[in-house]
Write a protein that binds this ligand. Structure first.
Ligand code: TTP
Ligand code: MG
Length: 358
């Protein structure tokens, strides 16, 4: 039996934090605005959370040190992060979006996937519905967003980013490979910095390059991830749009008897914690998408570092690989480790879960 073609929307608010600030403070209109750490006239620490499109013209980007943003655009209006306000607005937007979907999945503070398969017969009516929802958000919340429409989540998400701000991009099923081909390979959701670098070293720059690459070589180089990369490059993604679970996270941590710089032992402990967390998730029939490590040095300096995978998993190998990657920069010859911890979050019931790879 052939499955009915799905119709998936991905909504992503435009320059979300600054857009909310502009709405609250009309005097910000037409000025470059940056939300993030205090720049302290160029000496501040911390990073840019986001900036509006006027500030982006100067090269300001999310995640950039705030001191750098100051050098690029000293005349911008700098505002602190008002997370509570953005959460309140986000909740209202999510309520609007949820009402229009058969299945709904929030994905971060300002984005969501909607499965509207049963409401829609063709791309023309999909576009009409997406515009209706966009207009409703603008009318009720005074904010613009960008929408991507396609037959799966992967392509819908890439499409929503294609014509920002206030864009609407439809990628019909038969046009997926043509659409993805010229885009940089890093657009594929789980191609992080390291994987992206490795692919570039192999001469793979665009998604098209990846799609044409011999899949067995990819599997040799990347293991299971190689298979997923191959499918993703062809725009294949069977993952479902699904509500998140109520349980928010599962975690374990371990304090060493003596502070240690035996990194092999630390990594072994980390693997053990990953295993326990996965076992716990399995018992509760939960899959996860975000993996976080925590490390505390002998002097009690503590760091946490997360990675959100673009696929949902309950596999110990995924947890182990990710936690090991995350911990690597913290294994320093000059610092003994007191504690390590592993947490998985973004949990989803495994009963409803279908994996990306068949
Ligand atoms: P994004 O949707 O990635 O960015 P954006 O909405 O600001 O801009 P765009 O129009 O390109 O979608 O992230 C949503 C919010 O999450 C963003 O407004 C601020 C916050 N954020 C951070 O705090 N740090 C980050 O590094 C990123 C990427 C986002
Ligand atoms: Mg956004």
């Amino acid at each position: 039996m052939t499955e009915k073609r799905r119709m998936i929307f991905h909504f992503d608010m435009d320059h979300f934090f600054t857009a909310v600030e502009e709405r609250e403070h009309l005097e910000l209109k037409d000025k470059p605005v940056i939300v993030g750490a205090d720049p302290k006239a160029g000496t501040g620490r911390g990073v840019v959370s986001t900036s509006n499109y006027q500030a982006r013209k100067f090269g300001v980007k999310s995640g950039m040190p705030i001191s750098r943003a100051w050098r690029l655009c000293p005349k911008a209006v700098y505002l602190p992060v008002n997370y509570e306000l953005y959460m309140r607005v986000s909740n209202k937007i999510m309520d609007i979006l949820r009402r229009h979907a058969d299945k709904f999945e929030q994905w971060g503070i300002d984005e969501a996937f909607l499965d509207v398969t049963t409401k829609i017969n063709d791309y023309a009516s999909a576009e009409a519905l997406a515009r209706e929802v966009k207009d409703e958000i603008y009318a009720k919340e005074g904010l613009t967003c960008s929408v991507g429409i396609s037959s799966n989540k992967l392509v819908a998400k890439i499409a929503s980013d294609f014509q920002k701000p206030s864009g609407l991009t439809i990628v019909k099923e038969e046009e997926i490979e043509k659409f993805l081909g010229p885009l940089p390979v890093r657009r594929l959701l789980w191609v992080g910095r390291k994987t992206g670098q490795k692919l570039e070293n192999m001469g793979i720059k665009t998604i098209g390059d990846l799609a044409r690459y011999d899949p067995t070589v990819l599997t040799d180089a990347f293991g299971e991830l190689g298979k997923q990369l191959h499918l993703a490059a062809h725009g294949v993604d069977r993952s479902d749009v699904q509500e998140r679970s109520q349980i928010r996270s599962i975690s374990r941590e371990m304090t060493f008897q003596d502070d240690t710089d035996d990194f092999e032992a630390v990594l072994k402990t980390l693997d053990k914690l990953s295993e326990e967390v996965c076992e716990d998730a399995l018992k509760q029939r939960l899959n996860f998408r975000t993996v976080t490590i925590r490390v505390r040095y002998a002097n009690f300096e503590t760091h946490t570092h997360s990675e959100t995978l673009s696929f949902i998993t309950d596999r110990v190998q995924d947890a182990e690989r990710t936690t090991r990657d995350l911990l690597q920069p913290y294994l320093r010859r000059d610092k003994r480790i007191r504690l390590v911890g592993v947490r998985v979050s973004n949990l989803i019931s495994s009963e409803k879960q279908r994996t990306l790879v068949q």
